[in-house]
Structures are given as structure tokens and as C-alpha cells.
Design a protein around this ligand. Structure first.
Ligand code: CTP
Ligand code: MG
Length: 235
């Protein structure tokens, strides 16, 4: 089956602070979204990238991408996004041509994911998994709490899950296309990743090794780290 990638990039990036929409903020002078598109196009298996742009910025994103050459094998489509990440992903899935049987979903906010991680996800789907997520063991111990009504108030601890069994998951997440589409058609309620929706269908999701450089740019300190990783690569 051929492989396409949907890149949700329609978020504002509230946690990053004031400025342009997060996907258009630059790293090493190049918009984060352009890094993310190139990271996906670096995989020889990827022949289509669907970028889900900020609703008012779709034309700007299209011309931005036209200005950064991609490998010959890779086509790019740009569509306007929605109010939630989930809705933006669905809008991207809606424009996929029929020949793509494998779909990856990748955050524009993870611009530095190495191609080996992308290929590992695609390989696991090709080998038969319906949903594959890259994940890393945690450095921090995690507590489940009763969230405080007032932010900053002490929060009672309910449980401490065994750290060795936890994984922090990243993107790209890879799917059998029909399974992901069914998840987006049937699952409602708050979800923070696509694999979580597939879990709700009762399907088996698997984790493959992720990569430190696939971290999500969320807060200002993450921009500092991303610039440092880029600078190290350019040495
Ligand atoms: N995203 C999207 N459409 C939305 C919200 C988010 O396409 N309505 C995308 C973001 O552009 C990002 C990815 O989903 O590439 C992961 O979301 P996140 O890191 O939370 O980005 P933002 O929602 O933009 O950031 P914040 O939550 O801090 O506002
Ligand atoms: Mg968000």
C-alpha cells in the first residue's frame, strides 16, 4: 500500500506565547512546518504530504511550501484546519486519494524527528499492525492526582503507576487507513492522540522505539532545545 502523511499544523501555539501560529515560527530561519514536511518527505516510502493549515493561512502556507523544494517523489496538498487537533486531522483524512492504504499523522510541532523513526513506524504498519506509535521510557516518575479546582493549589495523589511500564508517545503515528478513518467517524470525546481513538475501537495499538529528537515544541524552552539540536546537526 502507498503511504501518505497528514500534518496537523492549524494550532495557534498558545503555550509558546504570543507570536505567529506555532507551525510558522522559525527554527534556524526556516518555519517549523517546513522542517516537519521535509522530515516526512525524507522517507522514501512517503509519496504524499497533506498539510492542515491555520484556517486563514492556507494560501500563505501553500506558497511557503512551494518555495522549499521537496524530493520529486513527494506531492503536497494544503487544506484549512479546524478548531481542535482531532478535527484538523479529520479534514486532512477527507482529502486523501483512494490509493493510500497507510496513513501517518505527524505534528507540525515535532519538526526534528529523524527519518529512521518515520521508517520504523511505516515498517511496523507494513508488517501488519493497524496502529503504531513511537514512544520513549520516562525519566520522571508520574503521579495520578485529583486535579485542583484552583491552579497551584496542592493536589491529592491517587496513584503512582509503575514507571517501567509507561511510555511517552510521539508522532508520526502510523495506521491502516481504514482503521483510522473508522476511529475518526465513531469516536467522540476528548482525545490527545490518534492512537487513543483507535484503542477506543478495541483495536491493538503497538509502541515502537521513539527518538529524543522527536520531542514536541510546546513551550518557549523547547525552542531553545530545537535550535541547539539544529545547530549540532549543521556542524
Ligand atoms: N493542531 C491543529 N489544529 C488545531 C489544534 C492543533 O492542527 N485546532 C495541531 C498543531 O498545529 C500541532 C499539533 O496539532 O502541530 C499538536 O498540537 P499542540 O502541540 O497542542 O499545538 P497547539 O495546539 O498549536 O499549541 P497549544 O496547545 O499550546 O495552543
Ligand atoms: Mg494544543
Amino acid at each position: 500500500a502507498r503511504t501518505a502523511v497528514v500534518i496537523p499544523a492549524a494550532g495557534r501555539g498558545v503555550r509558546l506565547g504570543p507570536g505567529a501560529p506555532k507551525a510558522l515560527r522559525t527554527l534556524g530561519g526556516v518555519p517549523m512546518l517546513v522542517h516537519a514536511v521535509h522530515a516526512m518527505a525524507a522517507s522514501r516510502a512517503v509519496s504524499l504530504v497533506v498539510v492542515v493549515a491555520p484556517p486563514e493561512g492556507a494560501a500563505e502556507v501553500k506558497s511557503l511550501l512551494d518555495g522549499h523544494a521537496l524530493p520529486e517523489r513527494t506531492d503536497v496538498l494544503v487544506v484549512p484546519g479546524g478548531d481542535t487537533r482531532q478535527e484538523s486531522v479529520r479534514l486532512g483524512l477527507d482529502v486523501l486519494p483512494p490509493e493510500f492504504g497507510i496513513v501517518l499523522v505527524h505534528d507540525a510541532a515535532r519538526p526534528l524527528v529523524p527519518v529512521d523513526t518515520v521508517d520504523a513506524v511505516i515498517d511496523a504498519v507494513r508488517e501488519g499492525a493497524v496502529a503504531v506509535v513511537p514512544g520513549l521510557a520516562l525519566a520522571d516518575t508520574v503521579k495520578e492526582v485529583e486535579p485542583a479546582a484552583v491552579p497551584g493549589d496542592p493536589e491529592p495523589v491517587l496513584a503512582t503507576p509503575e514507571r517501567a511500564r509507561l511510555r511517552a508517545v510521539q508522532t508520526p503515528q502510523g495506521f491502516d487507513r481504514a482503521t483510522l478513518v473508522r476511529a475518526h467517524e465513531t469516536v467522540t470525546g476528548a482525545v490527545t492522540d490518534d492512537a487513543g481513538m483507535v484503542e477506543q475501537l478495541g483495536e491493538q495499538v503497538v509502541v515502537v522505539p521513539g527518538h529524543e529528537e522527536a520531542f514536541k515544541v510546546t513551550r518557549p524552552l523547547d525552542l531553545v532545545l530545537a535550535e541547539a539540536v539544529l545547530a549540532r546537526r549543521r556542524l
